[in-house]
Design a protein around this ligand. Structure first.
Ligand SMILES: Cc1ncc(COP(=O)(O)O)c(C=O)c1O
Length: 455
């Protein structure tokens, strides 16, 4: 972090200081001392110094200095934004609910929305109805990004046990928002390596009692972005046991829960065996329903945390608009579009596998829709692919923090989002293989399935 962060901070303050350091002479000399020299510069929240540039900003910098030699339109495989159209249901319901745009939405949403989410949680994870009380256990959020950020403001005390600097545990690599949240909550982010050696999930047995006892919040992500690893029930139960024993908030980011290759990923509430204390799950329609633009998600879990979260949100965030809640409720009740979408992702993984099998460490991601390729040097590979084929990918290093020795566990990797149709994925994955691993390609062409047909 060090040098870069310092420079960023200085840049920000200098930019502001240039406009604020204007000397003034006040007529109101009783109330304001007469200023004959420049007033002090504005000082920003210095926790911002902990935030390096966001991964996509770093990627833009890298690619801005890379000449594109390829004569083809750019293909964006860097961002996890589903490319298929969202269900038509959204438009229909937004249209029918248009009279609600004039109303301020309540922080806890509507009964209908909460009932739809509770119903989905019970069906999806086989929970008894009584375990998910829609009145007390569910809050709508405008996508999970803002909620994952804000949960650190909820869960991190000034000091742990009145004396220790609170720690926030974050898998490494990770969704960048977790680290931003920990920094702005003035906690110490502790990055837990999630490599092939640990099944691409943090090794829970490696956490020391000293660290756990000052932990305020643990972000788990399953299926994980970027590696697509799925935490099984035993893993989730072990994490819950640690959270209970040491008294920290356990957050499960389950945004990719509905996109899986073979087996449906288990969820945190399922692993809770009826006791939700200290647990929160986050999910949204961005990936499940290919509807990132409606910014609709939910947080569910421990009623005490949900109540406190609602208070915090009342002060700091707008409610989710009522027409969006109505459309979202309908989407959480509908499974047909989710099954179809999952089939499409399988066909995309099939296409990638045909092009990349046995090369660049390819494996079928058990969950989510990213490939996590071992390319030796992710940054160099991303620049090369941009230059030679106009393919945008994301270097793994940008999704991880280096350890104390400066080693970045993800520097070898490249993240590829499988969000395009199979034929595009096949063509571009074959190019990726040819450029980064120039060996004969035994290509067979993309798979087709009913889910691939144009709608
Ligand atoms: C792991 C993970 N969590 C959360 C999010 C946020 O998604 P949204 O705010 O659209 O719900 C994303 C988005 O890419 C993600 O990859």
């Amino acid at each position: 972090m060090g040098g870069d962060a310092d420079r960023t901070s200085r840049r920000r303050l200098d930019a502001l200081g240039a406009t604020s350091r204007v000397a003034f002479l006040s007529d109101d000399s009783d109330r304001y001392p007469r200023m004959i020299s420049a007033p002090p510069a504005i000082e920003l929240n210095d926790a911002l110094d902990q935030l390096p540039d966001y991964p996509f900003a770093r990627l833009n910098c890298l690619l801005a200095t890379t000449r594109v030699d390829a004569n083809r339109p750019p293909v964006l495989m860097s961002i996890g934004e589903p490319q298929q159209p969202p269900p038509a249901l959204i438009d229909e319901i937004l249209h029918a609910s248009a009279h609600l745009w004039g109303k301020y939405p309540p922080v806890n949403g509507t009964e209908d929305f909460r009932a739809a989410v509770a119903g989905w949680l019970c069906r999806r994870y086989g929970l008894a109805d009584r375990l998910v009380d829609p009145q007390t256990m569910i809050l709508p959020v405008s996508g999970t990004r803002e909620a994952l950020f804000q949960v650190a403001l909820l869960a991190v005390p000034r000091l742990r046990h009145g004396r220790a600097v609170p720690a926030v545990l974050i898998p490494n690599p990770f969704y960048a928002v977790y680290a931003g949240a920990a920094a702005m909550a003035r906690a110490e982010p502790v990055f837990l390596s999630a490599t092939p050696d640990t099944g691409f999930l943090p090794d829970l047995d490696a956490l020391t009692p000293a660290l756990l006892s000052r932990t305020a919040l643990f972000y788990l992500c399953s299926p994980s972005n970027p590696q697509g690893a799925i935490a099984d029930l035993a893993y989730l139960r072990r994490a819950i046991a640690l959270a209970r024993h040491y008294g920290f908030v356990l957050v499960a980011d389950e945004c990719y829960a509905e996109i899986y290759d073979r087996a449906a990923p288990p969820g945190l509430l399922e692993a809770a065996d009826g006791d939700m204390t200290g647990l929160l799950v986050f999910n949204s329609l961005s990936k499940r329903s290919s509807a990132a633009g409606i910014r609709s998600g939910f947080v569910a879990g421990d009623p005490a945390l949900i109540r406190a979260f609602a208070t915090l949100r009342s002060y700091g965030l707008a409610g989710v608009p009522l027409p969006i809640l109505a459309a979202s409720a309908a989407l959480w009740r509908d499974e047909a579009h989710v099954v179809e979408s999952r089939d499409r992702y399988r066909a995309r993984i099939d296409a990638a596998e045909r092009a990349l099998s046995g090369r660049l460490g390819f494996y079928r991601p058990p969950g989510g829709f990213f490939l996590w390729l071992d390319v030796g040097d992710g940054e160099a590979a991303a620049a090369k692919l941009w230059q030679q084929a106009a393919i945008k990918t994301l270097p793994g290093a940008y999704l991880a923090r280096p350890d104390r020795d400066g080693n970045n566990v993800s520097a070898r990797y490249l993240r590829i989002a499988l969000v395009h149709e199979p034929e595009i994925i096949f063509e571009n994955c074959a190019l990726i293989a040819a450029i980064l691993d120039p060996a004969p390609v035994r290509a067979q062409g993309p798979a087709t399935s009913p889910g691939d047909q144009p709608r």
